[in-house]
Write a protein that binds this ligand. Structure first.
Ligand SMILES: Nc1ncnc2c1ncn2[C@@H]1O[C@H](COP(=O)(O)OP(=O)(O)OP(=O)(O)O)[C@@H](O)[C@H]1O
Ligand SMILES: [Mg+2]
Length: 371
């Protein structure tokens, strides 16, 4: 549904070039919720803004719903008619809602319909229908200032749906909200995804968001996508950084050098049908070894149960080839937490700075002023 190929964005600022996107190939399948995570400055917002051509990519292509947007003329508020039309089929939800305080809730939802030239009565009908869909039927005449953050974001979502989009883009839509409200807004996005068959590309710095709603995810660093795949596939990928951050494993760290020689610490991930099977006790019985459990956790990720366990086996790693083979043969992912990369603490992405979206806002403002 969304495919970017070799997407590059170089900003020129104060005579210096900043490469925000460095050859991004991304594929978001129709009907999925796809999450992009990464630290502040990794290029996440640049990516989403290039996907709907709010920013024109320096090179590369963006194809949304079979249409090559990069081939259409214009950018930002100066987009050509064709690009505007294509963009009306891509909804966008912002971190800071970007509602116009001078308009009622219904007026805000009607705004994109005005831009599309939809007649007044049809606009009102559509806006009320969308407000019903996001659970705000009773607030049509309220002003944005009278709403809570969660309600404002629901208005933002209703507005994003006004053009009957097939794709919804969301840049940190929940990061200004408290955890409870975040959950309800995520549930709404999930419902819309299922009810309307909407494809959702969302950006977040919260792993919990990925865990709760995403089918697939990508990790960005320095303008590149360094990992991507379905969430369940990533969890089954040994050494996956995303998997480790999605599901950090507590428990004792591997023992120091000297002691470690006689014992082997192993991180085991159970997914799919292996979660329900007594594999550790089978291992212990079949191979006559004592297994110590150092830490364990179960979680539901993307609607599926996943378990992780840090266990300790007697003997050195070389002596444990058979029991480790036993676990791997049964579909478990086995990693050595002391191994390169695996022992690093997950990098907590910094909270992003407030990112305004001047072009979009400008578009709305311009309409407001010329009315
Ligand atoms: N309009 C701009 N002009 C110049 N440089 C920019 C512009 N927008 C972004 N950048 C730079 O591009 C890089 C990527 O920025 P981007 O906003 O895409 O990151 P991000 O991953 O969304 O970060 P955050 O999590 O903080 O929102 C950064 O180095 C940023 O300073
Ligand atoms: Mg950003």
């Amino acid at each position: 549904m969304i495919t970017t190929t070799g997407l590059t964005k170089v900003y020129r600022s104060r005579g210096r070039d900043v490469t925000a996107l460095d050859g991004v190939d991304l594929h978001v399948r129709e009907g999925e919720v796809f999450g992009v995570v990464g630290r502040s400055g990794a290029g996440k917002s640049s990516l989403i803004r290039c996907v709907n051509l709010l920013e024109r990519p320096t090179s590369g292509t963006v194809v949304v719903d079979g249409q090559d947007l990069t081939a259409l003329a214009g950018r930002g508020p100066r987009a050509g008619a064709e690009l505007r039309r294509a963009r009306s089929r891509i909804g966008m939800v912002f971190q800071h809602f970007n509602l116009l305080s001078s308009r009622t809730v219904q007026g805000n939802v009607e705004l994109p319909l005005e831009i599309l030239g939809v007649p007044g009565r049809e606009r009102a009908r559509k806006a009320r229908e969308l407000l019903g869909l996001v659970g705000l039927a009773d607030h049509a005449r309220s002003w944005p200032a009278q709403l809570s953050g969660g309600q404002k974001q629901r208005v933002g979502i209703a507005r994003a749906l006004a053009g009957d989009p097939r794709v919804l883009l969301s840049d940190e839509a929940t990061s200004a909200l408290d955890p409870e409200t975040t959950r309800s807004v995520l549930a709404l996005l999930r419902d819309l995804n299922r009810q309307l068959g909407l494809t959702v590309l969302l950006i977040t710095h919260e792993m919990d968001v990925v865990k709760t709603v995403c089918d697939s995810a990508a990790l960005m660093r320095d303008g590149k996508v360094v990992e991507s795949g379905t969430v369940s596939g990533l969890l089954a990928t040994p050494g996956s950084e995303l998997a480790r951050e999605l599901f950090p494993l507590g428990g004792a760290a591997p023992a120091a050098e000297g002691a470690a020689r006689e014992r082997t610490v192993v991180d085991v991930t159970f997914h799919g049908e292996s979660t329900g099977r007594p594999l550790i006790s089978q291992l212990s019985r079949t191979h006559g070894i004592d297994v110590s459990i150092l830490g364990a956790a179960m979680d539901t990720i993307g609607g599926r149960q996943v378990g992780r366990m840090r266990i300790e086996l007697p003997g050195r790693r070389e002596d444990n080839a058979v029991p480790i083979g036993f676990l791997r043969e049964r579909g478990l992912t086995v990693e050595f937490p002391g191994a390169a990369g695996a022992a690093r603490a997950p990098e907590a992405p910094e909270a992003p700075e407030a990112s305004e979206t001047p072009e979009t806002f400008e578009t709305f403002e311009t309409v407001e002023k010329t009315r």
